[in-house]
Design a protein around this ligand. Sequence first.
Ligand SMILES: [Zn+2]
Length: 102
Amino acid sequence: MEQALQFNIGGIKCDNDTCDYRDDSVKVEDYDKWLNKPCPKCSTNLLTEADYNNVQMLLQTAQMINSLTSEQLEALTGNIDNDEIVQMSIEMNGTGKMEFKH
Ligand SMILES: [Zn+2]
């Protein structure tokens, strides 16, 4: 069975609107190395603790959901079509708020 929930989290981008620094090669496993690191261009905090905590929470949620049996999932999701792939992107801007976009 394919994983019920998959997150494609990765990359680091500067939260400063006037700065275009980003590094898409950063992996989510390495986010702890980026915690509270200053942007090389403008020294804005690249990954705040609030954003980092959110990412960890998302990963834990995904892990929890993916550990459920298909029966448990069905009970949880009701009549949602299991074959439907839901894709969304999550925007974070350093404030700890998450914006989900389809
Ligand atoms: Zn910057």
